[in-house]
Design a protein around this ligand. Structure first.
Ligand code: ZN
Length: 570
């Protein structure tokens, strides 16, 4: 390819709306252009990277016996009504109507679509297992699309769905996909960790996310300093902390004027913070939820959502608190009518004795509260948010925190979709049974952005070789110099004929401009030819990643030598 013909319009300025490196650099280096908030065109260089990621994905998926198909983007409302998700999916689902006023959506995911296909065609256990996948655009109408390809409204995803006879089969399919994903992200050059994840809106249980580690990542993960344990912070389980047993005293109401925070109360009452209960109040579609954790702990909202089986939590208003017979700053679990209000208590609180908590009236707290004696919660569960330094749930190590970009996720769905959608098969005895399903997603466009987040410097992108748009750019310093151009063209043609993905920057531009563009776009290898190098019958080879520069003699072996250099880098 000739750079004079390449459609890769680079920008000198950092686009104002771009906050993170991948967003800035993919725009600046001419890989993509914005069409609307969270909607992008992939320009030729960006599309080459996407196609390379897709090729890796296809190879690894096919290797595990998965088969590619292509489902429609536009999906009829009926199948979503059948699964029960049409009404619960919320504003993220991009809904539309056809000319006959029939309702459709732009697919945010394809569980319903694939399940309704398979249920009509699969009859017998002999046809299972099956694993089907597609690479296609997905649509989610994000409230606030941002960070370029990280949180966009239209994005490219690989989604796969496995169908098995039973849980043992699902286990095998899941493990296969987990391995394929680890291979895919490794081959894309990403630094990543598979972490235990919450299964969120899709449902089911048993899920791992593949997190590309990056400071700009939206997800927070914890990992153990001594074993392989890693989890999304919102999922990370916590063991019960054994509290010392004490003689339970009788609870007593005490005056605590102007003590609105847990720290105020404990210092006023001269109690250690671990002897107090902290309250957090949420409003949900099932009404008011009062959550209680130890004074020095934090509430994990995802655990609360799962424990209470609700879809949304908002901070409760003063009015809602008053209706629930409590008051902000003085909330406690004693005397709350659990027929009207959910009282959710962290497992650790139930172990403690002689505690302090709010008395549900302005200016008063209780002391010497003993959970098992003094109140009855709606739910006792692990609702605590893991903190750095907490003990690992699997070993004696401690957990550390890091940030990550979710590039893939694998889910065990069990029969969550096959039951409502009636996807069954006949077993060996002719008995109808629901199919066990798994679903497996990779954010293809997000993987491109994650690679840029991990590999960039002040000059631009540093592509891992496996997904770089081209591998080598040959730069003649002056296109008007006949000798220079002859040598550059000669090397370019030879590399091209040898099957190398090579460009020649034949633009009539200053060398500085060409070098800047080469660095910005991030080709792994740059080869410069000019009168100075030709005086020594050589070219200057520079590695983008290491910055290493070496001279290459332009003899009969030079193409082979360049190919060898290329093979050595990642
Ligand atoms: Zn551990």
């Amino acid at each position: 390819m000739r750079v004079s013909k390449l459609y890769a319009p680079t920008l000198r300025e950092v686009p104002a709306e771009a906050e993170i490196a991948s967003h800035q650099l993919l725009l600046r280096a001419g890989f993509m252009r914005k069409a609307s908030g969270g909607i992008y065109t992939y320009l030729p260089l960006g599309w080459r990277v996407i196609r390379k990621i897709e090729a890796i994905v296809r190879e690894e998926m096919d290797d595990k016996g998965a088969q590619e198909l292509l489902m429609p983007i536009v999906q009829p409302a009926e199948i979503w009504q059948e699964s029960g998700r049409w009404d619960v999916y919320g504003a993220e689902m991009w809904r539309l109507k056809d000319r006959h006023s029939r309702a459709f959506c732009l697919g945010p995911t394809h569980e319903e679509m694939i399940t309704t296909i398979v249920r009509n065609d699969v009859r017998s256990y002999r046809q299972l297992p099956i694993n089907l996948y597609q690479i296609q655009d997905k649509f989610r109408d994000e409230r606030r699309p941002r960070f370029g390809l990280m949180r966009s409204r239209e994005f490219i995803m690989k989604d796969a769905y496995s169908f098995d006879k039973d849980e043992a089969g699902l286990e095998v399919s899941y493990k296969g996909m987990y391995e394929a994903y680890a291979n895919i992200f490794k081959r894309c050059g990403l630094v990543f960790r598979p972490v235990e994840a919450d299964s969120g809106a899709i449902g089911g249980s048993g899920s791992h996310e593949f997190m590309a580690l990056a400071e700009s990542g939206e997800a927070e993960i914890v990992f153990c300093d001594s074993c392989d344990y890693a989890a999304n912070t919102e999922k990370a389980e916590l063991h019960l902390i054994k509290a010392e047993t004490e003689t339970a005293l009788d609870k007593e109401e005490v005056v605590t004027p102007d003590c609105k925070t847990i720290v105020d109360v404990c210092s006023y009452l001269k109690l250690p913070i671990e002897k107090s209960i902290k309250a957090v109040a949420y409003q949900s579609e099932k009404g008011l939820i009062l959550c209680f954790v130890r004074g020095d702990h934090e509430v994990n909202e995802v655990k609360v959502l799962n424990t209470c089986d609700v879809l949304e939590l908002e901070m409760a208003s003063e009015t809602a608190l008053i209706e629930g017979n409590t008051v902000g700053g003085y909330m406690g679990p004693i005397g709350i009518d659990t027929n009207k209000v959910m009282v959710v208590v962290d497992q650790n609180v139930m172990e403690m004795s002689n505690l302090c908590c709010g008395a549900n009236k302005e200016g008063y707290h209780f002391i010497n509260v003993n959970p098992n004696k003094d109140f009855t919660p709606t739910h006792v569960a692990d609702i605590r948010l893991i903190q750095e330094g907490d003990p690992c749930p699997h070993c004696n190590g401690k957990v550390e925190k890091a940030r990550g970009i979710e590039v893939g996720q694998v889910f065990k769905l069990f029969t969550k979709y096959s039951e409502p959608l009636k996807a069954t098969y006949l077993d060996e005895n002719g008995k109808a049974k629901p199919i066990f399903m798994g679903c497996y997603g990779i954010g293809v466009s997000r993987t491109m952005a994650a690679a840029v987040e991990q590999y960039n410097d002040k000059d631009g992108i540093i592509w891992p070789k496996s997904i770089a748009p081209y591998h080598i750019v040959v730069v003649p310093v002056n296109v008007k110099d006949v000798e220079t151009m002859e040598a550059a063209e000669d090397l370019y043609i030879k590399l091209k004929n040898a099957g190398v993905q090579v460009l020649i920057d034949d633009r009539d531009e200053r060398p500085g401009v060409k070098f800047k563009d080469a660095d910005l776009i991030g080709y792994p290898v740059r080869v410069v030819i000019g009168p100075k190098t030709l005086a020594e019958n050589s070219a200057e080879v520079k590695m983008r990643k290491s910055g290493e520069v070496q001279m290459l003699t332009l003899d009969g072996d030079c193409v082979q030598k360049l190919i060898e250099m290329l093979e050595k880098i990642d």
